[in-house]
Ligand binder design. Sequence first.
Ligand SMILES: [Fe+2]
Ligand SMILES: [Fe+2]
Length: 142
Amino acid sequence: MSGPSLKKQDSHSSIHEAALNEAKELRDVVNICLRNGEKEKAVQVVEIVIEHWESRTLKHAEAEEEGLYKELVEEKPELEPLLIQFTRDHDLMRRMVEEMNHLLMKNEVDERLVAFQDSLLMIASIHNEDEMSKLLHGNRKG
Ligand SMILES: [Fe+2]
Ligand SMILES: [Fe+2]
């Protein structure tokens, strides 16, 4: 998604919130499976977790880089350093999802996968706050 709805704080923020809430629930499910020693179930949920991050947050990041960020830098070239930082946040999230995928492929499903999800949630949450406060402040309605 790009264009007007990502430019508006309200609609953009609800995209963030929905993805983050779902990601938190999935993290909790993986955690419970591992604690209960249900490895096969954990493997299945981790597959869903990876699919979730790829199809929601990373897709959203891609849409921002190809749409919103390009539009904004054209309107306000002084935003470039900030947009480079935001893109780096996206890259970190991409790397972490890749790492999770490697662990899954090697069938190494253990608490490291929960740690990755915790870290992803923290980065995403700080990144989302910064997009709202530094990039879209003033663009309330939508
Ligand atoms: Fe972003
Ligand atoms: Fe965003």
